[in-house]
Write a new protein. Structure first.
Length: 378
């Protein structure tokens, strides 16, 4: 294979032989679908323009979203939800020194209905196996596999003794790593009202720091000069207590920042990741994380069987594309660290496109430019 076209044709044939239906997709789309579903990096790199009707359009920056959109709009035409594609995508440069890029991708998407929403990782392992077969069939020998799980990270954050609104912020902005780190720094400085301040405020306002929510409401109701504006007494009392419960002292915040950074630093061969996680949980006395431990154990025990090539688990992996929400993986060239294949689970993308909570999806895309580079030793 001496050209991009050779690779495109080879991979199209490989995937159709594995029972995937080929889809031929348009080059131009309404930009809105990518703005709503992709990460900031993708949005900044889109080639956008305005058509004669005033609509913002773009050259497709990836093929996963168009493939899913095509499936949902033509669902009755497909024998199953196993689709494949091959062709160019277009992304502008982020720096003055980088050239604007036309990249070529091939890939597969497995779209299916899963009413239980409880993954046994069957589809993930199917995709990972086919990704490894892709590299083997092409003839690249020096490669490694890196895997992580957004679901595991979500379970970990929800196990922490942290106000819910801060958990939601951290989960929502995990894909924006710079801002995520800023949130951790804010937590380390302390947020909300600490217990001492709460007691002092209640004592100063009400004369007694032992009163509870119902007593606060009774006192407020008996205040003749109370100015409530448009808020009810219930709202004032509830808001006061909500603030007092959103407590992270500076000491607690520094501990939380440390434990989150320690979690994200966990990485290594899949054979050792269970032991690393167990040690981390014991060292930091992490509670309510049993489901996460079981998930990681199930993943590692199955991944060990998949490939003779090194597989690494990295908790701090998966910050670029927002639509991934489960297992994520990539295969890289050992000789230069180029990404050859990347993929994962992205249920929420299907839900966003279809506006119903019934489909699940797993897939991957190849970087055919990097594959050609590896084959020609450029």
């Amino acid at each position: 294979m001496n050209s991009i076209q050779d690779i495109n044709i080879f991979l199209k044939n490989l995937y159709t032989e594995n029972n995937f239906q080929y889809v031929d997709l348009p080059l131009v789309y309404n930009s809105e679908v990518f703005y709503e579903t992709s990460g900031e990096d993708m949005r900044r790199r889109m080639f956008s323009f305005t058509n004669n009707s005033g609509d913002e359009m773009c050259l497709r920056p990836d093929l996963t979203i168009p493939t899913c959109k095509h499936f949902l709009e033509n669902i009755n035409k497909f024998e199953n939800g196993q689709l494949c594609y091959s062709g160019p995508v277009f992304r502008s440069s982020l720096t003055s020194t980088e050239q604007s890029l036309e990249l070529n991708q091939s890939g597969i998407e497995i779209i299916y209905k899963d009413s239980s929403k409880i993954s046994n990782y069957e589809k993930e392992f199917q995709a990972i196996n086919l990704a490894i077969e892709t590299i083997n069939q092409i003839g690249i020998n020096d490669f490694s596999i890196r895997i992580s799980s957004i679901s595991l990270f979500n379970l970990f954050i929800n196990s922490l003794d942290l106000p819910q609104r801060w958990k939601q912020r951290l989960l929502r902005h995990f894909y924006r790593r710079d801002y995520f780190d800023k949130l951790l720094n804010r937590i380390s400085d302390g947020v909300g009202y600490d217990k001492e301040r709460k007691s002092n405020i209640i004592r100063d306002v009400f004369g007694d720091d032992k009163i509870v929510n119902e007593e606060i409401k009774d006192i407020l109701l008996n205040e003749d000069q109370l100015k409530t504006g448009s808020r009810t007494i219930d709202e004032i009392a509830s808001r006061f207590n909500l603030k007092s419960e959103s407590v992270v002292s500076s000491k607690q915040g520094k501990e939380i920042q440390k434990v989150i950074n320690e979690f994200l630093s966990l990485n290594g061969p899949i054979q050792s990741i269970d032991d690393q996680m167990n040690k981390f949980i014991n060292d930091f006395d992490i509670q309510r994380f049993d489901v996460g431990q079981e998930m990681l154990n199930q993943l590692s025990s199955n991944l060990i069987k998949i490939s003779a090539k090194p597989i690494y688990f990295d908790c701090d992996f998966g910050h670029s594309i927002e639509f991934y929400d489960g297992i994520i993986f990539e295969i890289t060239n050992d000789l230069n660290s180029d990404v050859l294949i990347s993929g994962g689970r992205y249920d929420k993308l299907l839900n966003a496109l279809e506006d119903k909570d019934q489909f699940s999806a797993v897939g991957f895309a190849t970087n055919n430019n990097n594959i050609l580079k590896a084959l020609t030793n450029v």
